[in-house]
Ligand binder design. Structure first.
Ligand SMILES: *[C@@H]1O[C@H](CO)[C@@H](O)[C@H](O)[C@H]1NC(C)=O
Ligand SMILES: *[C@@H]1O[C@H](CO)[C@@H](O)[C@H](O)[C@H]1NC(C)=O
Ligand SMILES: *[C@@H]1O[C@H](CO)[C@@H](O)[C@H](O)[C@H]1NC(C)=O
Length: 248
């Protein structure tokens, strides 16, 4: 059967869809992608040595997807430039900053999940996330509520290996389902999660007597749009938000 036929068959029969093996599902998704985007996505830009405030991981063996599994990953869709307030490039400073935009550390260490690796091209190869933070909904429940209700979260890695010691933070942001779905990413959850974080950061934010204002630059060409190699095969638009956070 050709993939397009498989797609039709899968749409036509919910019963059949339950019995299709995973590899066939991937063929169906690829065929669907091809129907929706008959032209291949815009060519990726060649990595430049002249980025300001961070280094392109692709120059030195890295990529803009983390390693959730040995092959598939989640998009590194937000970068915090090293031209930001030097304090937020430190770990305590970054924790203070992300509280100002509505995120906090894991709830009492209850997170059920595994550490994702990322290769930022800084000479350290694949390294485990330095930070996992979740959206903070209500002061009363804090992140414990988010763990049950689902919501926005991110993992962050610092680009601080000796080959590219820029100090920039790279974030993989995504919105996930509530715990009844075992922390599955919602459809379009990579784009939604990134956009929500950028919205939260917009304007002036503050925490603990410190005030910040963010400049946002949107970039394409760093990360291929689509679902190829993306964890859960959830398509994303390939846009990366580069934030410069100024202390007021
Ligand atoms: C910031 O990153 C640039 C690379 O984009 C690097 O040349 C510069 O040294 C970095 N600045 C700091 C303070 O690490
Ligand atoms: C890089 O930054 C992370 C996060 O702050 C820290 O845990 C790690 O020790 C740093 N690595 C180096 C080589 O400085
Ligand atoms: C979790 O999500 C499912 C559907 O996605 C919904 O039916 C359920 O009410 C949600 N539970 C909570 C606690 O939000």
């Amino acid at each position: 059967m050709r993939p397009a036929h498989l797609l039709l068959a899968a749409c036509a029969s919910p019963v059949l869809s339950l019995t299709i093996p995973l590899a066939a599902w991937e063929a169906v998704l690829d065929a669907y992608d091809h129907l929706r985007h008959p032209n291949p996505p815009a060519a990726l830009a060649k990595p430049s040595e002249y980025e300001v405030g961070w280094a392109d991981p692709r120059l030195n063996g890295g990529r803009f997807l983390d390693f959730t599994t040995p092959k598939a990953g989640e998009p590194l869709n937000v970068i915090i430039s090293n031209e930001s307030d030097p304090y937020i490039l430190t770990e305590p400073g970054f924790r203070a900053y992300y509280k100002s935009i509505g995120f906090s550390e894991e709830c009492l260490g209850l997170h059920i999940g595994h550490i994702h690796d990322a290769d930022l091209g800084d000479g350290e190869g694949r390294k485990g996330e330095h930070i996992l933070a979740r959206q903070y909904y209500f002061p009363r429940w804090g992140t414990c509520w988010e763990s049950i209700a689902g919501g926005n979260h991110f993992r962050a890695w610092k680009q601080n290996g000796t080959d590219a010691d820029t100090g920039a933070w790279f974030l993989a942001v995504s919105k996930e389902e509530n715990s009844s779905k075992n922390h599955m990413i919602v459809p379009d959850g990579y784009n939604i999660g990134r956009d929500l974080l950028v919205e939260n950061a917009a304007g002036v934010t503050h925490w603990n007597g410190m005030w910040w204002q963010v400049d946002v630059e949107w970039r394409e060409g760093l990360l291929a749009p689509g679902h190829k190699g993306v964890n859960h095969k959830i398509a994303q638009d390939g846009r990366v938000a580069i934030l410069t956070v100024n202390r007021l």
